[in-house]
Design a protein around this ligand. Structure first.
Ligand code: ATP
Ligand code: MG
Length: 197
């Protein structure tokens, strides 16, 4: 391609982008859903959280599935003065066999989330792996949808999990699906600190 046709193309592109930027003038909090089978959902949520805290905003994380307690993100963020970190009580793990106990833990975590969704002090709330609560029928979507719709206008919420309940997708502003094209685990690479947790 010649230099002048490249310049033409870039100029047209800039016009299109400038027009889109001018049109996107609304300022408000968004509901972001990060779903799919590929690696990158929770780490994206925590990346956005870092952005938000970097701007002096206030955040909270609720982890609905208690994996390893000492994840790198927990160790990094836990002492941050602008952040609350909650790990679901007795908590659901893949090893849990006690459905009733899981439901009680899910409801307790939801009570914390409900309080955060009513509190205008919080700019960003990460509900990590919450989607499994709907998948296993531990929580109803209706009260959650209602609380999300009623939350403070500037508040951002990020929900992660492989499969996402449809009622949440209906009210979300941004939905990204992380596709699993390849994962090192399937080639025998074990979960490593700093990459997986
Ligand atoms: P991450 O926390 O790395 O962003 P994730 O939130 O997208 O991953 P989850 O479905 O929550 O993925 O899986 C939790 C754990 O499994 C993480 O340690 C993650 O790195 C790993 N993982 C994610 N996707 C895959 C996959 N397709 N195959 C194997 N392991 C995966
Ligand atoms: Mg995850």
């Amino acid at each position: 391609m010649s230099d002048s046709s490249h310049l033409d193309r870039m100029q047209r592109k800039k016009e299109v982008i400038d027009e889109r930027i001018a049109r996107a003038s609304e300022e408000r909090g968004v509901l972001i859903l990060l779903k799919g089978n590929g690696k990158g959902k929770s780490s994206s949520a925590f990346g956005t959280l870092a952005r938000s805290l970097g701007h002096g905003q206030k955040g909270a994380v609720i982890q609905f599935i208690k994996g390893r307690r000492e994840t790198g993100e927990y160790l990094f963020f836990r002492d941050h003065p602008q952040l609350d970190w909650h790990i679901m009580g007795q908590g659901f793990t893949w090893e849990t066999q006690d459905r009733q106990r899981d439901i009680e833990a899910a409801e307790a975590a939801w009570e914390i989330a409900r309080g955060l969704l009513e509190d205008p002090a919080y700019n960003v709330i990460v509900l990590d792996e919450m989607s499994y609560m709907f998948k296993y029928d531990y929580l109803d979507t209706a009260p959650i949808v209602e609380a999300l719709l009623r939350r403070p206008a500037h508040q951002n919420v990020i929900i992660t999990g492989r499969t996402m309940a449809l009622p949440l997708q209906e009210i979300a502003d941004t939905i990204s699906t992380v596709q699993d094209d390849r994962h090192a685990f399937r080639n025998g690479v074990k979960a490593q600190a700093g990459i997986e947790y």
